[in-house]
Design a protein around this ligand. Structure first.
Ligand code: TYC
Length: 107
């Protein structure tokens, strides 16, 4: 006996697997901004101390900021990024340097 006619989409070999949408938490770029007053060595020290960079990495990023105006130092969860920004801003203020550090949502 013939059953109901095959419908398009019935062939399991042609079905695409559906998987539940997983949401990745948004990540945040931490940026360091250039200024005319903060000493280069201080910026290098900050990058080593709070971002775990080697001296060479820190020096390179500092130079990029000095030449281009800003650079991304790292990408972190919201909580970690916020902590880094607070640590850097606090450390700079305690040493009376105008160094600025901000965070920005990664798209
Ligand atoms: N432009 C500063 C100077 O000439 C050095 C500097 C680099 C400052 C990076 C801030 O994020 C910065 N002393």
């Amino acid at each position: 006996m013939a059953g109901p006619p095959d419908q398009p989409g019935d062939d399991p070999s042609l079905m695409t697997k559906t998987r539940p949408k997983t949401q990745r938490p948004p990540m945040y770029k931490v940026l360091i901004l250039n200024d005319d007053y903060t000493p280069m060595e201080f910026v290098v020290h900050v990058l080593e101390r709070f971002f775990g960079l080697t001296h060479a990495q820190a020096f390179e990023i500092m130079l990029t900021v000095h030449k281009k105006g800003l650079a991304v130092v790292g990408v972190f969860s919201h909580e970690i990024a916020e902590t880094k920004v607070v640590q850097v801003m606090d450390f700079a203020r305690r040493h009376q340097h105008p160094l600025q550090c901000t965070m920005e949502k990664e798209e």
